[in-house]
Design a binder for this molecule. Structure first.
Ligand code: ZN
Length: 83
């Protein structure tokens, strides 16, 4: 009774994007996103978990991971004095 046929649709998504989600230096969660706005020549790096955020100037030679490392540097400088 009731032949069940499992139909499997295999959907191959071609994702060619570079990763844009990174680990947050403050809360440690992987919720830091890098949003590049080429139109406004502006990059916004933000942690969705703790709200840590910073803006950078857009540079077409840089990749999201580069902004992320700038974000880390910025954070370390900011947090450095707080001990
Ligand atoms: Zn965070």
């Amino acid at each position: 009774m009731g032949r069940r046929r499992k139909r499997r649709k295999i959907i191959v998504k071609k994702v060619r994007r570079l990763p844009t989600i990174f680990q947050c230096p403050r809360c440690g969660k992987t919720s830091v996103s890098v949003v590049i706005n080429k139109k406004e020549q502006h990059v916004f790096v933000k942690c969705a978990a703790c709200g840590l955020a910073h803006d950078f100037e857009y540079n077409r030679h840089l990749e999201p991971v580069d902004y992320y490392s700038m974000f880390i540097d910025w954070f370390e400088e900011e947090a450095g004095g707080l001990g």
